[in-house]
Write a protein that binds this ligand. Structure first.
Ligand code: ATP
Length: 291
């Protein structure tokens, strides 16, 4: 089983020819409301990839909370530990213009009310093969969960920010993309950044978009995993799909390289379809792609 302690948002996406200036109103072309948030996305990715998944986090007591719960639940994620707190759910207000550029306002809402895992959350985490964490909850909550987990901790350090020592000490595997890896280490060359990350945590994967991923462990292994060549139409949540699938393959005890190929196959399937959680492949599809 995989536990995810993280953010759940409602992504409100407006498609418009031009982004309005201050004081201006423009008529948009289309609108979509889709559950998102890195925590929820990783939970859906892991569930689709074939694991039992428990999601721990919070939504508000607004109209979005039940939608987020329903979406996670219908993907097979256990949402019995998803709390409801007074106020608004986390919302990502996204404006996409005709050039594909976007501007985003993220309002943490209920995610900001999560300060630590409860005793019940910790009991679920203790029964898991891994705990997946990201940085869209308050840092104190992330640190608290990492330090109290008695299982391997996988951290996606996004959105990039400085990581306290007490968090790094509790992380087993860190999975930044190349920008986050550079922000963490100050090194633009991913191979150098990988070595610097291994001074901080025992294992690291740096994802490189269409260039694939680099893996390293303090025990000595280094691997370069190519991306599967595909025509990408929307790379939103490629990283979350990769992490969710990687956690599943590792929980199944697969050898490192095989686990990374499984994750790359899942992510390559997701970039060929629009959307975040809606684009994540199921287990049969990932297995078929690998054959
Ligand atoms: P996002 O922020 O969009 O979720 P990310 O920046 O965290 O993504 P990336 O490094 O862009 O993560 O991608 C993660 C993984 O997804 C890559 O390691 C690769 O395996 C796969 N991937 C991403 N883009 C492509 C692509 N164009 N073609 C094939 N695979 C891709």
């Amino acid at each position: 089983m995989i536990s995810v302690f993280g953010s759940a948002n409602m992504d409100l996406v407006a498609y418009t020819p031009v982004v309005p200036k201050r004081g201006e109103t423009v008529t948009g072309r289309a609108f979509a409301a889709v559950p998102g948030g890195k925590g929820a996305n990783q939970a859906v990715a892991a569930a689709r990839a074939g694991a039992d998944v428990a999601f721990m986090g919070a939504v508000g007591d607004d109209a979005f909370g039940p939608v987020v719960r329903e979406t996670l639940g219908s993907a097979g994620v256990d949402v019995s530990r998803l709390r409801v707190v007074p106020g608004s759910s986390g919302v990502a207000h996204i404006v996409v213009d005709d050039d594909g550029g976007n501007s985003i306002i993220v309002v943490p809402g209920a995610n900001g009310a999560v300060t630590a895992p409860s005793a019940e959350d910790l009991a679920v985490i203790a029964r898991s093969d891994a705990l997946l964490l990201q940085l869209e909850l308050p840092m104190e909550a992330v640190v608290s969960a990492a330090r109290q987990a008695r299982v391997p901790v996988v951290l996606t350090p996004a959105p990039a920010r400085e990581l306290p020592r007490e968090l790094l000490d509790a992380v087993d595997l860190i999975v930044p993309n190349e920008h986050e890896a550079e922000a963490l280490t100050g090194l633009a060359d991913p191979r150098e950044a990988l070595e610097a990350l291994l001074e901080l945590v025992p294992e690291a994967v740096i994802t490189l978009g269409a260039e694939g991923a680099l893996y390293g462990s303090r025990a000595g292994g280094r691997l370069r995993v190519p991306a599967v060549p595909v025509r990408a139409v929307d790379t939103t949540a490629a990283g979350d799909t990769f992490v969710g699938a990687l956690a599943v393959a590792r929980a199944e005890g697969r050898p490192q390289e095989e686990a990374l190929r499984f994750a790359a196959a899942a992510a390559a399937l997701s970039v060929q379809r629009e959307g975040a959680s809606t684009s994540m492949p199921g287990r049969a599809e990932i297995d078929a792609a690998l054959r």
